[in-house]
Design a protein around this ligand. Structure first.
Ligand code: ZN
Length: 176
Protein backbone atom coordinates (compact mmCIF):
# COMPACT_ATOMS: atom_id res chain seq x y z
CA UNK A 1 0.00 0.00 0.00
CA UNK A 2 0.97 3.65 -0.30
CA UNK A 3 2.52 5.53 2.59
CA UNK A 4 0.90 6.89 5.74
CA UNK A 5 -2.14 9.08 5.11
CA UNK A 6 -5.42 9.89 6.84
CA UNK A 7 -7.06 6.72 8.21
CA UNK A 8 -3.97 4.55 7.96
CA UNK A 9 -3.40 2.36 11.02
CA UNK A 10 0.29 2.88 11.77
CA UNK A 11 2.59 0.93 14.10
CA UNK A 12 5.77 2.64 15.25
CA UNK A 13 8.67 1.94 17.53
CA UNK A 14 9.94 5.11 19.13
CA UNK A 15 12.23 6.70 21.68
CA UNK A 16 11.32 10.13 23.04
CA UNK A 17 13.98 12.41 24.50
CA UNK A 18 13.59 15.86 26.01
CA UNK A 19 15.79 18.78 24.95
CA UNK A 20 18.57 17.69 27.30
CA UNK A 21 18.71 14.28 25.64
CA UNK A 22 17.13 12.37 28.53
CA UNK A 23 14.89 9.43 27.50
CA UNK A 24 11.38 10.14 28.83
CA UNK A 25 9.37 7.52 26.96
CA UNK A 26 10.06 4.59 24.65
CA UNK A 27 8.21 1.70 23.04
CA UNK A 28 11.05 -0.69 23.85
CA UNK A 29 9.91 -3.46 26.15
CA UNK A 30 6.26 -2.58 25.52
CA UNK A 31 6.00 -3.27 21.83
CA UNK A 32 5.13 -0.82 19.05
CA UNK A 33 2.57 1.94 19.44
CA UNK A 34 -0.32 1.46 17.02
CA UNK A 35 -2.60 4.39 16.22
CA UNK A 36 -5.07 5.75 13.69
CA UNK A 37 -3.35 8.45 11.63
CA UNK A 38 -4.94 11.81 10.89
CA UNK A 39 -7.43 12.12 13.75
CA UNK A 40 -5.23 13.95 16.24
CA UNK A 41 -4.21 10.94 18.32
CA UNK A 42 -0.54 11.91 18.29
CA UNK A 43 0.91 15.38 18.80
CA UNK A 44 0.71 17.44 15.57
CA UNK A 45 4.49 17.40 14.95
CA UNK A 46 4.55 13.59 15.01
CA UNK A 47 1.57 13.22 12.67
CA UNK A 48 3.23 15.62 10.21
CA UNK A 49 6.56 13.76 10.41
CA UNK A 50 4.84 10.42 9.75
CA UNK A 51 2.84 11.59 6.72
CA UNK A 52 3.71 9.49 3.58
CA UNK A 53 6.14 7.22 5.48
CA UNK A 54 6.37 3.52 4.58
CA UNK A 55 7.24 0.40 6.56
CA UNK A 56 10.96 0.33 7.34
CA UNK A 57 11.37 4.12 7.44
CA UNK A 58 13.64 5.02 10.31
CA UNK A 59 14.10 8.69 11.16
CA UNK A 60 14.59 11.32 13.82
CA UNK A 61 12.49 14.43 14.27
CA UNK A 62 12.81 17.46 16.54
CA UNK A 63 9.43 18.91 17.53
CA UNK A 64 9.06 22.40 19.02
CA UNK A 65 6.52 22.96 21.85
CA UNK A 66 3.96 24.54 19.48
CA UNK A 67 3.82 21.22 17.58
CA UNK A 68 3.95 19.13 20.77
CA UNK A 69 2.29 19.94 24.11
CA UNK A 70 2.25 23.74 23.75
CA UNK A 71 3.99 26.43 25.74
CA UNK A 72 3.65 26.56 29.50
CA UNK A 73 0.69 28.76 30.48
CA UNK A 74 1.30 30.75 33.68
CA UNK A 75 -2.49 31.10 34.09
CA UNK A 76 -2.67 27.34 34.66
CA UNK A 77 -0.76 27.71 37.93
CA UNK A 78 -3.46 28.53 40.44
CA UNK A 79 -4.09 28.64 44.18
CA UNK A 80 -6.85 26.39 45.53
CA UNK A 81 -8.22 26.67 49.10
CA UNK A 82 -6.74 24.03 51.38
CA UNK A 83 -10.32 22.94 52.21
CA UNK A 84 -10.63 21.49 48.66
CA UNK A 85 -8.10 18.84 49.70
CA UNK A 86 -9.63 17.97 53.07
CA UNK A 87 -10.01 14.28 52.19
CA UNK A 88 -6.52 13.89 50.76
CA UNK A 89 -4.48 13.82 53.96
CA UNK A 90 -1.30 15.83 54.23
CA UNK A 91 -0.57 17.77 51.03
CA UNK A 92 3.05 18.05 49.94
CA UNK A 93 4.84 19.72 47.04
CA UNK A 94 5.14 17.31 44.10
CA UNK A 95 1.91 15.40 44.79
CA UNK A 96 -0.34 14.90 41.77
CA UNK A 97 -4.14 14.87 41.58
CA UNK A 98 -6.79 14.64 38.90
CA UNK A 99 -8.78 17.85 38.53
CA UNK A 100 -11.54 19.15 36.29
CA UNK A 101 -10.31 22.14 34.30
CA UNK A 102 -11.84 24.08 31.39
CA UNK A 103 -9.57 21.94 29.16
CA UNK A 104 -10.98 18.67 30.56
CA UNK A 105 -9.78 16.24 33.22
CA UNK A 106 -6.06 16.53 33.79
CA UNK A 107 -3.26 15.82 36.17
CA UNK A 108 -2.28 18.78 38.33
CA UNK A 109 0.91 18.94 40.36
CA UNK A 110 1.18 20.64 43.74
CA UNK A 111 3.89 23.30 43.50
CA UNK A 112 3.39 25.19 46.79
CA UNK A 113 1.53 24.69 50.07
CA UNK A 114 0.65 27.30 52.68
CA UNK A 115 -1.68 27.18 55.71
CA UNK A 116 -4.64 28.36 53.64
CA UNK A 117 -3.84 27.58 50.00
CA UNK A 118 -2.42 24.86 47.81
CA UNK A 119 -0.90 26.08 44.52
CA UNK A 120 -1.35 23.61 41.67
CA UNK A 121 0.13 23.57 38.17
CA UNK A 122 -2.16 22.13 35.47
CA UNK A 123 0.33 22.46 32.60
CA UNK A 124 1.18 19.22 30.80
CA UNK A 125 4.50 17.99 32.17
CA UNK A 126 5.97 18.24 28.65
CA UNK A 127 4.59 21.74 27.98
CA UNK A 128 7.29 24.15 26.86
CA UNK A 129 9.65 21.31 25.88
CA UNK A 130 11.24 20.66 22.51
CA UNK A 131 10.96 16.92 21.97
CA UNK A 132 13.26 14.62 20.02
CA UNK A 133 11.78 11.43 18.63
CA UNK A 134 13.62 8.53 17.02
CA UNK A 135 10.95 6.65 15.08
CA UNK A 136 10.75 3.45 13.04
CA UNK A 137 7.64 2.54 11.07
CA UNK A 138 7.01 -1.19 11.61
CA UNK A 139 3.48 -1.67 10.29
CA UNK A 140 0.80 -0.08 8.13
CA UNK A 141 -2.73 -1.13 7.20
CA UNK A 142 -5.93 0.54 6.08
CA UNK A 143 -8.42 1.27 8.87
CA UNK A 144 -11.75 -0.59 8.74
CA UNK A 145 -14.98 1.33 8.19
CA UNK A 146 -15.90 0.85 11.86
CA UNK A 147 -12.52 2.10 13.05
CA UNK A 148 -12.89 5.24 10.93
CA UNK A 149 -16.39 5.80 12.35
CA UNK A 150 -15.14 5.44 15.92
CA UNK A 151 -11.91 7.37 15.40
CA UNK A 152 -9.73 4.67 16.99
CA UNK A 153 -8.38 1.23 16.23
CA UNK A 154 -9.85 -2.08 17.30
CA UNK A 155 -6.87 -4.38 17.67
CA UNK A 156 -7.30 -6.35 20.91
CA UNK A 157 -3.97 -5.10 22.23
CA UNK A 158 -4.49 -1.50 21.37
CA UNK A 159 -8.16 -0.71 21.66
CA UNK A 160 -8.04 2.87 22.72
CA UNK A 161 -11.08 3.18 24.95
CA UNK A 162 -9.22 2.26 28.13
CA UNK A 163 -10.73 -1.24 28.29
CA UNK A 164 -9.18 -4.34 26.81
CA UNK A 165 -11.37 -6.60 24.76
CA UNK A 166 -10.06 -10.15 24.65
CA UNK A 167 -11.97 -10.87 21.45
CA UNK A 168 -10.70 -7.75 19.72
CA UNK A 169 -14.24 -6.47 19.25
CA UNK A 170 -15.18 -2.90 19.90
CA UNK A 171 -16.94 -2.18 23.15
CA UNK A 172 -19.62 -0.34 21.17
CA UNK A 173 -19.21 2.97 22.96
CA UNK A 174 -18.94 5.46 20.15
CA UNK A 175 -17.86 8.35 22.32
CA UNK A 176 -14.93 6.74 24.13
ZN1 ZN B 1 -14.74 1.48 19.22
Amino acid sequence: MAGVTKNTVVSIEYTLRNSSGQVIDASEGRGPLTYLHGVGMLIPGMETALESRVVGDDFEVVIPPEQAYGQRDPAMVQPVPVSAFKDAGEIKTGMQFYAQTPGGRRVVTVVDVSDTEVTVDANHELAGQTLQFAVKVVGLRDATKEEIEHGHIHDAQDHNCGERHANGQCCGKHSH
